[in-house]
Design a protein around this ligand. Structure first.
Ligand SMILES: CC(C)(COP(=O)(O)OP(=O)(O)OC[C@H]1O[C@@H](n2cnc3c(N)ncnc32)[C@H](O)[C@@H]1OP(=O)(O)O)[C@@H](O)C(=O)NCCC(=O)NCCS
Length: 166
């Protein structure tokens, strides 16, 4: 259902290895299509850490840029106390919490997003329940990519896209 919604409003891209779905990514327009949100993104567990996520993000960035994006953005939830901003009162000093935000266990997806050049641009307190914030991360659409599509991908997946226009 969520995929249908994403395709209806924006676009979706799948990474395929033959008929096997390795992962997928969606792009949703915001702010009159000047901002494109990366959502959702998921890679099959047994194919992670092989460059598939990175290739999907690169494809999302290319497509969003083609559609006129100035800013690329994503939200990364902390609903399990995995980052420093979980369970604290964020309102007291928002800039400090943003500046000091880091992963506690070494595996929160914000590390992946940082690796691809996204920086923290906001925090939404209690977005996932009390003490469970959402973090916005963004990057300019036309910046040089830190990682180019295809780098580090063991067996480069085939990418297939879909949107409401077909
Ligand atoms: C996050 C996710 C999409 C990453 O996909 P992936 O295919 O494993 O990522 P890649 O192999 O392309 O990784 C690219 C880089 O990010 C790093 N990375 C990936 N996941 C990471 C994590 N959880 N923590 C730290 N670094 C990570 C990789 O080591 C790699 O860095 P390197 O080039 O220096 O080796 C995948 O773990 C996933 O589907 N997670 C569940 C859903 C989710 O969290 N979605 C993201 C919402 S923003």
């Amino acid at each position: 259902m969520e995929v249908e919604h994403v395709i209806h409003r924006g676009f979706a891209i799948a990474a395929l290895e033959d008929a096997l779905l390795l992962g997928s990514i969606g792009g949703l327009p915001e702010y009159d299509r000047r901002v494109w949100e990366l959502h959702p993104l998921v890679v099959r567990r047994d194919r992670r850490l092989r460059g598939v996520g990175q290739a999907l993000v690169a494809a999302f960035e290319d497509e969003a840029q083609r559609r006129g994006a100035l800013t690329l953005t994503l939200g990364t939830d902390d609903d399990g106390g995995q980052t420093l901003i979980a369970g604290v009162s964020l309102y007291r000093n928002v800039p400090r919490h943003i500046a000091e935000l880091h992963d506690l266990g070494g595996s929160h997806p914000l590390l992946f997003s940082r690796r691809l050049g996204y920086v923290v641009t906001g925090i939404m307190p209690d977005a996932n329940g009390p003490g469970r914030p959402d973090t916005s991360m963004s990057k300019p659409a036309r910046s040089e990519r830190g990682i180019m599509q295809g780098d580090g991908v063991e067996n480069e997946p085939r990418l297939a896209s879909a949107d409401a226009d077909g």
